[in-house]
Design a protein around this ligand. Structure first.
Ligand code: ADP
Length: 193
């Protein structure tokens, strides 16, 4: 099994690149943002509990996302590997994920961290807000709140995996295909090593 974390701030292109990577490497895409949005769309108790936090650009509680991930891992025992997108977002989530993977006899193989300037992030998110139905992309205030959550709580996740030498940084500005090629190079190096 080869498990990958695609890491980076909101708007760094994780969703776009995840789709291409899962196709190429046969991984199971696991986006906590998508999972949470489908809970909201289905008006489940979980969806109702997280709706306002997400609309404000705040992170939802660790226990909720960890439980969600736990059940997806349990329900997909026979995959080639997982691509985690938007998770882990806190050190507590990273530690919980590591434990869950150890229980399943596997681990994180690589963390690919997309680097994009703040100015470019805001531009991309506002642009997405105009064309998608994502409520958290519409206002500059909510976007700023998400970037601030990222800096306060999520940036530390890269430090966590750096301790194990698992992080590679990739320049996340350029064409989708250029960035995809850079990501693939890192994966191929790690997989044959
Ligand atoms: P983006 O990376 O573009 O901000 P996501 O779709 O990954 O978007 O996440 C959208 C929102 O969902 C976040 O702002 C947060 O409220 C919630 N969320 C997603 N994943 C997590 C997570 N792992 N922990 C806590 N909250 C999360």
């Amino acid at each position: 099994m080869f498990n990958l974390i695609l890491f980076g701030p909101p708007g760094s292109g994780k969703g776009t690149q995840s789709e291409k990577l899962t196709l190429k490497y046969g991984l199971k895409h696991l986006s906590t943002g998508d999972l949470l949005r489908s809970e909201i769309a289905g008006q489940t108790p979980l969806g109702l509990a997280v709706k306002n936090l997400m609309a404000e650009g705040k992170l939802v509680p660790d226990e909720i996302v960890i439980e969600m991930i736990n059940s997806v891992l349990d329900n997909n025992p026979h995959v080639n590997g997982f691509l985690f997108d938007g998770f882990p977002r806190t050190t507590a989530q990273a530690e919980a994920l590591d434990k869950l993977l150890v229980q399943k006899g596997t681990e994180i193989g690589l963390v690919l961290a997309l680097q994009v300037s703040q100015q470019e992030l805001i531009k991309r998110l506002l642009n997405r807000g105009r064309t998608s139905d994502r409520v958290d992309d519409v206002s500059e205030e909510v976007i700023a709140a998400r970037i601030s959550e990222y800096e306060k709580k999520t940036a530390a996740v890269a430090e966590h995996y750096k301790k194990y030498g698992k992080v590679e940084y990739v320049h996340g500005e350029g064409s989708i295909d250029e960035i995809f090629d850079l990501l693939c190079k890192e994966i191929d190096q790690k997989k044959v090593a």
